[in-house]
Ligand binder design. Structure first.
Ligand code: ZN
Length: 175
């Protein structure tokens, strides 16, 4: 089932999500519904607060980035209770967008690599060492679990230049 996406201006996007205590049938269904929702928007990631659920779950289909910087997609992968550690001191700036902030793209500075631990849909722990856009994608989605949006990571004049577009999105998408 396709879920309703929450848009910029919705207070739920600013709240902190709670850990998943137990992977029940309901949680599994939510994960599947999130995958269907992400794919219907041609998205590359989606976090549970973006569909109105304050749970520490995100999904992504960004599998790897080649040496030319092109992204290769996979089937959606599920990350439950993800924990990101060991961000690199080296950072990179690259454009990001978000299903909750339609049609707005802006460059965000983030660490180049990150380590990730999470549970899969069966509750099995797994880890990833992420690089480049893959790391960026995981950090963007993980930020959603803490009520942080990518625009928050843009500071100063560049951030204030986004304000008119953000105001417009708020008007157009708030229900
Ligand atoms: Zn997003």
């Amino acid at each position: 089932m396709k879920l309703n996406v929450r848009y910029y201006g919705d207070p739920i996007l600013r709240q902190k999500a709670e850990p998943v205590e137990k992977i029940t049938e309901e949680i599994r269904q939510l994960c599947l519904d999130m995958c269907e929702t992400m794919l219907s928007f041609n998205g590359i990631g989606l976090a549970a607060p973006q569909v109105g659920r304050l749970l520490r779950i995100f999904i992504s289909n960004v599998a790897w980035e080649d040496e030319r910087g092109e992204l290769h997609l996979s089937e959606p992968k599920i990350y439950i209770n993800p924990v990101l550690t060991a961000p690199s001191d080296t950072t990179a700036e690259r454009s990001e967008g978000c299903l909750s902030i339609p049609k707005l793209y802006a460059a965000v500075d983030r660490p180049l690599t990150i380590h990730l631990d999470a549970l899969d849909i069966e509750g099995n722990p797994f880890s990833e060492d992420c690089y480049g856009y893959v790391a960026r994608n995981r950090m963007h989605e993980n930020d959603h679990l803490n009520g942080v949006l990518f625009i928050d990571r843009i500071k100063g004049k560049r951030r204030s230049q986004l304000e008119p577009a953000l105001r417009l999105i708020k008007q157009q998408y708030s229900s």
